[in-house]
Design a protein around this ligand. Structure first.
Ligand SMILES: NC(=O)c1ccc[n+]([C@@H]2O[C@H](COP(=O)([O-])OP(=O)(O)OC[C@H]3O[C@@H](n4cnc5c(N)ncnc54)[C@H](O)[C@@H]3O)[C@@H](O)[C@H]2O)c1
Length: 335
């Protein structure tokens, strides 16, 4: 078992990564917990034993479940059961479950402890780490949320065996991103070490900038186009697939702006293709709509804003000329 600490002062916690990590749950529950509310989804089929009285809450599948209605349902259920502030929520699932249960834990009784047991690759290397929790509104994704750090995270690589292949691939999109955030060694590592290395990269960034005042924005590398593709495509693309295209796009845009050379663009394409992920724009997207969506990105406070590679490394670049943004989209359409 590999332990990766997330250093956040009195909100610090450990992430345990390895085969069977979920069986360490009783060891990581906060002291004095009497009850555990386990939140999961029907199709996941990953059982955990908190070693204290517990009940299971099953939420629906997909982005629609990441809603205030689900949060209300969970909080009302917990209140009816008598879950107290000294108890714990255990989120067992992908990003949809950890984001939703994490946010419900953040607001229930103004904050009850949560332990994440991420069961997707994307959850293990990204969503369950760093304390961002939240739900969607009909107006947009992740519009309501909180920073609420878990007490511990158990990344059990055994449960990834049952993950549908497309979901595994989606997680690889985030792994590909970490290649460019200091993880050039990732591709050669066995799965447990690869997950732990991604967690360590994220932990280091989150530890330096918990509330995204600066460096944490780098974790959005490739995400500006990815989010636009997901929104315009109404989530037909899995997040990691959209991110893969977004990473190559970010490299090509950086090349267009003279920030990197052709070899660096080729490296992006090679890494992304190495995970069997797409490197070209899928057909059928309205590019004007994508540019408009990118202009509404949360980072875009001063014109079109991207996280881009460059001579000083990866950084936030504001005020990018919309002509370049559109031209690079055209360039990336598969012949
Ligand atoms: N909080 C953050 O920092 C952060 C970061 C990245 C992504 N996210 C969020 O994460 C969500 C996406 O998460 P995701 O990609 O894990 O998708 P997901 O949670 O929808 O899970 C994908 C599918 O896999 C199923 N599944 C999960 N684990 C399984 C297992 N072990 N075996 C079989 N099936 C399993 C789920 O039921 C679901 O149908 C998005 O809502 C995104 O906004 C949050």
């Amino acid at each position: 078992m590999i332990t990766v600490p997330v250093g956040l002062g009195d909100r610090s916690y450990d992430v345990l990564v390895g085969w069977g990590a979920r069986h360490r749950l009783t060891e990581v529950l906060p002291v004095g917990v009497r009850r555990a509310a386990v939140v999961t989804q029907a199709t996941i089929g990953v059982e955990v034993d908190p070693g204290v009285e517990h009940r299971i809450w099953t939420i629906a599948d997909g982005e629609v479940a990441k809603s205030l209605a689900t949060v209300e349902e969970l909080c009302r259920g917990w209140a009816a059961w008598g879950l107290t502030r000294g108890d714990v929520v255990v989120a067992v699932g992908g990003g949809v479950v950890t984001d939703t249960a994490g946010f419900a834990a953040a607001v229930y009784h103004r904050g009850v402890a949560v332990v994440h047991v991420p069961t997707t690759l994307l959850g293990q290397v990204d969503a369950a780490i760093g304390g961002k929790a939240g739900v969607n509104l009909p107006e947009g994704k992740n519009l309501v949320g909180a920073f609420w750090q878990p007490s511990a995270v158990l990344c059990d690589t055994e449960v990834l065996e049952h993950l549908p292949p497309r979901e595994y691939l989606s997680g690889c999109g985030e792994v590909a991103k970490y290649h460019f955030l200091g993880g050039t060694d990732l591709v050669d590592l066995p799965l447990d070490e690869r997950v732990a290395r991604c967690v360590a990269i994220k932990a280091e960034i989150v530890g330096a900038d918990e509330r995204e005042g600066g460096r944490r924005a780098l974790l959005n590398y490739g995400h500006t186009l990815a989010h636009a593709l997901e929104t315009a495509g109404h989530y037909d693309l899995r997040h990691g697939e959209a991110l893969a295209i977004g990473l190559v796009y970010a490299a090509r845009l950086a090349r267009r702006l003279g920030r990197i050379d052709d070899a660096r663009v080729t490296e992006h394409q090679r890494v992304v293709a190495g995970y069997d992920l797409p490197t070209t724009m899928p057909p059928g997207f309205d590019h004007a709509e994508l540019v408009a969506l990118m202009a509404r990105d949360k980072k875009a406070t001063a014109g079109l804003t991207f996280v881009l590679d460059g001579p000083a490394g990866i950084e936030v670049v504001a005020g990018v000329d919309p002509h370049h943004v559109r031209d690079v989209l055209e360039e990336m359409v598969a012949p």
